[in-house]
Design a protein around this ligand. Structure first.
Ligand SMILES: [Ca+2]
Length: 91
């Protein structure tokens, strides 16, 4: 019989040890080969915590507007540059 290692992850909300919640990771060998990891088959458990949420950042500029080009203009400039490049490498 082939045995397979299995891992099951379960999210959990805030707790005493993980104020921002985290993920419980149960792992072990599927001894009876049913494709699932029963409680009796769990060999190790880990509970890494999520980090606290950071402060919101100010919104940035969108698209290519930060380069002084509206988005359609940027797309046209890219198409023109690609066309010029193809001409310069053509025999
Ligand atoms: Ca099993």
């Amino acid at each position: 019989m082939v045995t397979t290692a299995r891992m099951v992850t379960t999210r959990f909300d805030a707790s005493d040890t993980c104020p921002a919640g985290g993920t419980r990771i149960d792992s072990g060998v599927d001894d009876n080969g049913d494709g699932a990891l029963s409680d009796a088959e769990v060999d190790t458990t880990a509970e890494p915590c999520d980090g606290a949420l950071g402060a919101d950042a100010p919104p940035g500029e969108s698209g290519c507007a930060s380069m002084g080009l509206p988005l359609p203009g940027a797309a046209a400039a890219l198409a023109l540059a690609l066309r010029r490049r193809r001409r310069s490498v053509a025999p």
